[in-house]
Write a protein that binds this ligand. Structure first.
Ligand SMILES: [Zn+2]
Length: 276
């Protein structure tokens, strides 16, 4: 009887440790970011590319809106064990969103604004270059929705047709709420940019959460952080507004892994998210 019990315990440990060794939070599909946990892991590679991994075994990777193909995830553990996982991305379909009666100058920027737009693009590019500087897994506390309540007015990925002209796809999630509604940091982060009244984005904030994960908060009426600040998950960083190219008070919330555009809604589904 004791022997049976010992064998049972042994089996249980093997099964249990396998289940805990590699945990992937998030769906393996285009436009999604996955937060992995490999306790005791020391190296993670996605198609031969090394990904940063924290002491606790946390790592991140993501797929762009229209990414396709096969990927190989390799996790190497301190005890020399290796877990290989093949990922085949399914096709993802997006909505077509038609917006009519939009002010002409908002659909196509007037020539007089070109110089300003070019200058603003350079500032954004320089700030985006800093993404990846944060080595710590600041996202370890989990993700929260940056607005309490509000109405989802536009989802990620929609193909936009403004006044009949096809434009680039919507790369964020829009939450409509009254001007002045608080906007919170989705998780701990470092402020790389707190921009003033940009032509498209209005007042906006770019946060780096470590390992390439970053989030942006656009069209704000007010912002309460400056470049170089550190913020905590749930900290009030601004208020909803309609600055920049916007037709009413809302937050455009976007998330990227390095430069890959992902659906913020996917991040709210991680089982490891802790409540506020
Ligand atoms: Zn938007």
């Amino acid at each position: 009887m004791i022997r049976v019990f010992i064998v049972f315990c042994f089996l249980f440990i093997i099964v249990n440790s396998n289940a805990q060794e590699l945990e992937l939070n998030g769906e393996l599909k285009p436009g999604n970011v996955i937060i992995g946990k490999a306790v005791g892991g020391e190296r993670v590679l996605l198609n031969e590319k090394n990904l940063p991994i924290s002491e606790e075994g946390l790592f991140v990777f993501g797929f762009d809106r229209d990414e396709t193909g096969e990927f190989l995830l390799q996790v190497k553990f301190k005890n020399d064990k290796v877990i290989l996982k093949k990922i085949v991305l399914p096709e993802r379909k997006y909505k077509v969103q038609k917006i009519n009666r939009m002010k002409k100058e908002l659909v196509t920027a007037p020539k007089s604004q070109n110089e300003r737009i070019v200058k603003e693009r350079k500032i954004v590019r320089a700030a985006r270059k800093k993404v990846g500087d944060v080595q710590e897994a600041l996202f370890a506390e989990g993700i929260i929705r940056p607005v309490k309540g509000g109405r989802l007015s536009s989802v990620f990925g929609s193909q936009r047709v403004l006044n009949g002209t096809p434009k680039s796809p919507h790369n964020g999630l829009d939450i409509a709420a009254p001007r002045g509604t608080p906007v919170y940091a989705m998780t701990d982060g470092v402020v790389h940019l707190a921009a003033d009244n940009f032509y498209y984005a209005g007042n906006f904030i770019l946060l780096d959460h470590g390992h390439g994960l970053n989030s942006s908060y656009l069209h704000l009426s007010k912002k309460f952080v400056a470049e170089g600040d550190t913020v905590k998950k749930g900290e009030k960083i601004g208020e909803i507004g309609t600055t920049g190219r916007s037709t009413g008070p809302h937050l455009h919330w976007s998330v990227q892994w390095y430069g890959k555009r992902v659906d913020p809604a996917g991040l709210l589904k991680y089982p490891f998210n802790k409540s506020e």
